[in-house]
Design a binder for this molecule. Sequence first.
Ligand code: NAD
Length: 455
Amino acid sequence: MKIFNPANEELIAEVAEDSVDEVGAKYKKARKAQAEWAKVRVEDRIAVVQKFHDYLESNKTELASVLTSEVGKPLKQSVGELAGARSRIRFFIKESADLLAEEVVMSSNSMTEKIQYEPLGVIANISAWNYPYLVGVNVFIPALIAGNAVLYKPSEYSTLTGLEIARAFSDAGLPEGLFQVVVGKAGAGQALIELPLDGYFFTGSHATGQRIYEAVAPKMVPCQMELGGKDPLYVTDENADMAKVAAAAAEGAFYNNGQSCCAVERIYVHENVYDAFMESFLEEVKSFKVGSPTDEDTFIGPLTRGQQAIVIEGQIQDAVSKGAKLELGGKAISGPGHYFEPTVLSNVNEEMIIMKDESFGPVIGVQKVANDDHAIQLMQDTEYGLTASVYSDSYERAESIMDKMNVGTVYWNCCDRVSANVPWSGRKHSGFGSTLSHIGIRAFTRPKAWHLREG
Ligand code: NAD
């Protein structure tokens, strides 16, 4: 498998894809290793994860540079991703022992009832390229702490990072076989699905997620799906500092080149503040430096996948043909490198693809709305259900809007944000099941109920 740098389209590595037999051999090794790992005390498993965390800290510069070289993420954002991943690992280290301990829930006379949290066994973690460390640690860290073995399938666009993660675990002293990388494209993922695994944890697009869920369903094992989004952000007409709101919305839409599952993908603005918002918003987007991801001041690097430019240009053409106004950008920048102009469209409406399908790039549509009811109706008019954000100086007003959102996460005066303390989950085409929080720790266990009567 050839790996190219999206910033200059140069070949940076060639790695061998795993054959079906090789994936099968990795599974056998994982099965054996897991049986032993399950007997290790949680505290000792956590000690290994602590060493993994420390390795990421000590090697952050090199690891960020590998990540940037294969996905094109600005170096500063790669360093930020590694810092975010370490902070999540610290959350798991702090919270897991208590959450995985046996719980005596009832004890009276001669009867005791308790809950034991057993590992699932060997699980598949099929992952995406846009935040390989962040979405990766959400799954493989709590899975390993809970006593599972993980067959980790990185995206074909972040394979080198996947291999670095395996190296970090090996350096941390994780017993062999417990974390193995399955190298390859869709075929390698399919090989994992053929195996009799005990759980499937997928991060990626809705289309692939649906295919995997269908294939896994007959196995009757746990399956979680963290999929795409078309996340709305609404600006009410109660915002004293419109420049601040516009700056936050622009960052939410364009951070990581818009290639975030919870990127702001649709903006709705109350008509009373529309002009003020637009003025600041366009200023902000114009200030974003597009360039080489290794330049210190670059905010927007290349798209990770060159072919996404065709999808984005198609969405822009569809919108313009239906009456949208191109305020900024609009096209790919000629190579080398998969660069795309930061693009803003106004006068958009819900008939346009750009307000319906995930764009996953540096492009955003801004729509004027008459009132909160109009905003709510449009925000909810989507197949997705990942996040929704409301900017308003009035919490009561924002709360009544957030309350009506059928999504896994709502934001007041913030956006494009994930925290380890609360569950990360989608609804509808954005998936199901949760990672992070106490729910995302126990997700990697099977509860066993013990009913114990003495005498
Ligand atoms: P993708 O669906 O193309 O690929 C995801 C993974 O699935 C890759 O490892 C890929 O090789 C593998 N795969 C592809 N076809 C397969 C098959 N038939 N069987 C088994 N495995 C297969 O997604 P992507 O382009 O890597 O990631 C971008 C998508 O992920 C976006 O939609 C984004 O919103 C979503 N995402 C969601 C979250 C979340 O937390 N909800 C986080 C990150 C990314």
